[in-house]
Design a protein around this ligand. Structure first.
Ligand code: GDP
Ligand code: MG
Length: 358
């Protein structure tokens, strides 16, 4: 997604990392869309100069399926890495309708008012066709879309969650190199997407709303354990009273879990994304967490562990996609599937045959 109004945005501190003359050339090359493609080096210069077009174009390369584009994307990422990692990455999850997009609009706007530069990404493997929930939700992010200090990118398309998540991870690096110090990643609570997002953020926020009956019902197993904070959204109007009692209930539930590796005790807060209440308190809590995690070095430790995880994940994804893309295997797979249908072979014998093929 490119957004003209946003585009002017990032240029306020252009020329910080590179001499002005080289930047001008690089940016001219980037703008010169119709003719030659800008080189990886030009895009890197543009990103470091906080040029939003360069950032968008590099992200498009990351999201491409063309091997040439991916090669270029890898080169850009490699060059941006030394300038990345200087941000706070926050994951935001919750069931559809809980108010994630509204929350990001209000919270993101608050953060920019504090001088932060906010990049908003989404991990939503279900939105391959619609090009991302954020795009559809732009009405909920009216202010942030126009905001000079914000960059919003919808979910990348991809056939697998692993693919979508890998692209988002690389996009984080590019955003950080472009000077974004706060990364917000929205994820729908479907499939394993929240697990993927949890493994790429420093702080994981679960949004909840109060409903009828047992407040703890309907939470997928494991999500409570991942949360560093639960924000009960829509704590406004007639709902405020219910929200307050839900807070007590969630707090009690959180204490039943074993302590987290970070040593952090997750907290429950009330907020209204729509009426802008409780928002600074959420940021204060995140800052408290980051201070603790940095002091204990858990912060760096977690990022290192996440990098190891993503190395293995990338290998797995690649092996799998290479395997299924192989034409000999494709043909044999059809044959073996047919044989299984006819009861002529076992899944294990068929798998052996396929795995032995190259
Ligand atoms: N009363 C109230 N409504 C809210 C609040 N936050 C979001 N909503 C509404 O809830 C609906 C879903 O919000 P949305 O941000 O799209 O949720 P998402 O699906 O989690 O991204 C919209 O109609 C919002 O206006 C809130 O704090 N209070
Ligand atoms: Mg949304």
């Amino acid at each position: 997604m490119t957004n003209k109004r946003k585009s002017s945005a990032l240029q306020e501190s252009k020329g910080v990392s590179e001499p002005e003359s080289t930047n001008k050339k690089a940016i001219a090359a980037i703008r010169n869309k119709r003719q030659t493609q800008p080189s990886a080096g030009d895009l890197v210069k543009g990103i470091l100069a906080k040029n939003p077009t360069a950032l968008s174009r590099a992200i498009t390369l990351v999201e491409s399926t063309n091997p040439q584009h991916l090669k270029k994307a890898n080169e850009i990422i490699q060059k941006c890495l030394p300038y990345a990692n200087k941000s706070i990455r926050i994951g935001i999850t919750g069931v559809p309708g809980v108010g994630k997009s509204t929350f990001i609009e209000t919270f993101g706007t608050f953060l920019t008012s504090q001088g932060k530069h906010v990049a908003v990404l989404a991990v939503d493997p279900s939105s391959t066709l619609s090009r991302g929930s954020i795009l559809g939700d732009k009405t909920r992010m009216e202010e942030l879309v126009k905001n000079d200090k914000a960059f919003i990118r919808p979910s990348p398309s991809g056939s697998s969650l692993g693919g979508v998540a890998r692209k988002s991870r690389e996009t984080i690096i590019l955003c950080e190199a472009a000077g974004f110090d706060t990364i917000l990643i929205e994820t729908v609570g479907v499939g394993q997407s929240e697990t993927a997002v949890h493994s790429m953020v420093d702080f994981f926020l679960l949004l909840k709303i109060t409903g009828a009956g047992d407040e703890l019902q309907g939470i997928k197993r494991g999500i409570m354990e991942m949360a560093d904070a639960i924000v009960i959204n829509k704590a406004d109007g007639d709902n405020l009273k219910n929200a307050k009692s839900a807070k007590v209930e969630f707090n009690r539930a959180l204490h039943l879990y074993p302590p987290k590796d970070s040593g952090w005790q997750p907290k429950v807060l009330l907020a209204s994304a729509l009426h802008n209440t409780g928002i600074p308190e959420v940021w204060q809590l995140i800052e408290e967490y980051i201070a603790l995690a940095k002091q204990t070095h858990f912060f760096e430790h977690q990022r290192r562990e996440q990098n190891k995880f993503w190395l293995l994940q990338t290998i797995e994804d690649r092996l799998k996609s290479d395997f299924y893309a192989n034409t000999t295997i494709k043909t044999e797979l059809k044959i073996q599937l047919k044989r299984i249908e006819n009861g002529e072979t076992s899944p294990f014998a068929a798998a052996e045959i396929l795995l032995a093929m190259k």
